[in-house]
Write a protein that binds this ligand. Sequence first.
Ligand code: NAD
Length: 429
Amino acid sequence: MDVAVVGVGYVGLVTGAGLAKIGHRIVCIDVDKGKIDNLNKGLIPIFEPGLDELVRAGLGEGSLTFSTDLNEAVEASDIIFICVGTPSDENGAADLSFVKEVAKGIAKAIDRYKIIANKSTVPVGTTRLVERLIEENMPHPHEFDVISNPEFLREGSAIEDFLNPDRIVIGTNSQRAIGLMTELYGPIRAPLVITDPASAEMIKYASNAFLATKVSFINAISNICDTVGADVKEVALGMGYDRRIGFEFLKAGPGWGGSCFGKDCRALIRIAEENGYDFELLKGVIEVNEAQRQLIVSKAGKLLGGLRGKRIGALGLSFKPNTDDVRDSPAISVLRKLRSEGANIKAYDPAAMKNAGDVLGDIEYVSDAYQVAEGSDILILLTEWDEFKWVDFQKIKSLLRKPVILDARNCLDHSALRKMGFTYEGVGR
Ligand SMILES: NC(=O)c1ccc[n+]([C@@H]2O[C@H](COP(=O)([O-])OP(=O)(O)OC[C@H]3O[C@@H](n4cnc5c(N)ncnc54)[C@H](O)[C@@H]3O)[C@@H](O)[C@H]2O)c1
């Protein structure tokens, strides 16, 4: 099928490359001309495992193209995906200005029946809003369907998630759209949840809010573990075997982050408020998360006997491993707090140093874990990149001024490190 993908960010680029891989002809559209020019040369703007190869394969076969011409793309396509950002506005609600702008642009070029499928995370009612904007801005009447098709991919494993998703959600009341979307996703083996647009839109917010709740829950438990002498990793293991609970998202640490959880939780709280419900539970989830970031700073302060003038060596800057994304990264927020309390910071991340530099500015960036350790008063592990688990900790010990490790991700072997003579502090252990 011929498909246009509008907005070439994490979601749009993976969607475009993934759909090309399963046999469709895709044109990806963005307003950022520099990004499109680079993509046409095979230069990928984000770090995402396997994405380079997939994009280059699509470009080579001619099944994946990049352009800034929305009109031409809409005319050529049967299905148009909206994948633009929906950041928080000043009240915490989702800012729909990019979605609205794209909807109006699509309307102008509709020349026959099309499906407009929204992958951006948007409040309930947006499918109807986009429908109305298209109706109002279409120069000549044509049939079309706007549907909700929320995306659940995770950065760091986005391609695998796109090609092997747990489910595909399609929110529409149109049989014609259901038929075409089923054909589009045909090669992907996954349960199809076909529902009304409002439910589809809510599924996305409810899923992210639930995952954030799970993480905040185990973080709250970890705070109790810290004082009662239990190990939260053991607790999570014992809980996870219960199939009603499961192992995923039960990792205590510096709190959840990334571009979606915070903004989606805030947007859901606003949606609830606008509909007369005070979502206190979700407000608590956010509070626990903020406290958890501060907890890491307090732990560092305690271990060092104050932070002013101390040299902090930080491992990890991205909000999770295998991505260069630092949007709302707990690592960045912890480092900002440490710096504001007078600590000097040296950091290393395998992929996110450039992005971190843009938001964090002037800390010292070095090129491996050993350089981080050299002369530091403490080593703080903030993002659980695999390579940090395999460094030579004897060497790290010889480079640190004091053998102190704060493992904010609970991913190191605490008994081995203590045997080596480290002072080890984790989260809830
Ligand atoms: N990042 C994730 O892991 C993830 C996962 C699931 C859902 N989502 C949702 O998907 C949406 C997109 O997220 P993202 O992380 O890919 O965003 P992003 O910021 O990485 O990318 C958005 C892209 O849209 C482009 N854009 C903005 N206005 C445009 C316009 N008028 N025409 C064409 N392009 C335009 C921007 O230039 C940018 O390249 C959001 O609603 C987000 O909540 C994100």
